[in-house]
Design a protein around this ligand. Structure first.
Ligand code: IPE
Ligand code: IPE
Ligand code: MG
Length: 250
């Protein structure tokens, strides 16, 4: 539901599988380098891992999977690498248009789509339309494309300021729930678990608002090697965490 916020959870041990898992799909380049392959081969392998992990999440009853596919900073890479990543996304979307309805997979994008090619944007629009016809309880994959946590917050602030200037909102009415409603993730609960493979111990501008009380899980496995067993390990670690949300242990 739009405008809901999720930091007032009940404290305690989380035994259910997370409702929302977010993954920073990192390590594609190093995976390829280790094999003497071009970085683009790593992205291709990483795209396969995404398909596999999305299917697995759906099968084990996770409702939302949010993946970091391309950041607002990734434009610093070579043109060849950027276009290879966009090409893989296009291929995934073309496939999704044909299969998401029968597989009951909803697709959604986080990020500023304005600098994305019209072709990819049109495909994203098409998958949005298909998603809108699928039941809300169906599994949903959120793909972060030209996404940055700071950019998402800035876009939200700009829109809120514009709504205030138009007299539709009052600054003093702004609270967590209202602000969440301006983000790309509006209506989606915050991720209980954020996973980063590849050994890097940082968030790299991922879900900066939404991560407030997420459990973080880091592994050295490179994204193309990440599999169902790895996800099980991450979920088991999450289930062993004591989530207090600022309260005290009972
Ligand atoms: C993640 O893998 C994919 C993107 C950032 C687009 P990388 O390409 O960052 O792989 P490494 O970190 O160089 O190994
Ligand atoms: C984060 O990985 C972005 C994605 C996985 C899409 P990066 O490889 O871009 O992050 P840094 O540069 O290691 O922080
Ligand atoms: Mg990287």
């Amino acid at each position: 539901m739009a405008g809901t916020v999720n930091i007032t959870h009940t404290a305690g041990r989380a035994m259910d599988p997370p409702r929302h898992i977010a993954i920073i799909m990192d390590g594609n380049g190093r995976w390829a380098q280790k094999r003497g392959l071009p970085r683009t081969a790593g992205h291709k392998a990483g795209a396969e891992t995404f398909r596999r992990i999305a299917t697995y999440c759906k099968n084990i009853g996770v409702q939302y999977l949010t993946v970091y596919a391309f950041s607002t900073e990734n434009w610093k890479r070579s043109e060849g690498e950027v276009s290879a990543i966009m090409g893989l996304l296009k291929r995934y979307l073309l496939e999704a248009v044909d299969t998401m309805e029968k597989d009951h997979i909803r697709l959604h994008f986080f990020g500023d789509m304005t600098p994305i090619s019209p072709e990819l944007r049109a495909l994203a629009h098409e998958t949005d339309e298909i998603s809108a016809h699928l039941p809300e309880g169906d599994f949903q994959a959120n793909v972060c494309l030209n996404y940055g946590g700071r950019d998402e917050i800035l876009r939200a602030v700009r829109q809120f300021a514009a709504d205030c200037a138009a007299g539709e909102k009052q600054p003093e009415d702004l609270d967590d729930a209202m602000f969440s409603g301006y983000l790309d993730s509006r209506g989606i609960p915050d991720p209980e678990l954020i996973i980063r493979p590849s050994g890097e111990l940082r968030l790299s501008n991922f879900l900066l608002w939404q991560c407030a009380y997420s459990e973080l899980y880091f592994t050295d496995v490179l994204w193309p090697d990440f599999d169902e067993a790895e996800l099980d390990r991450a979920i088991a670690a999450y289930q062993g965490r004591d989530r207090r949300f600022g309260g005290v242990k009972k």
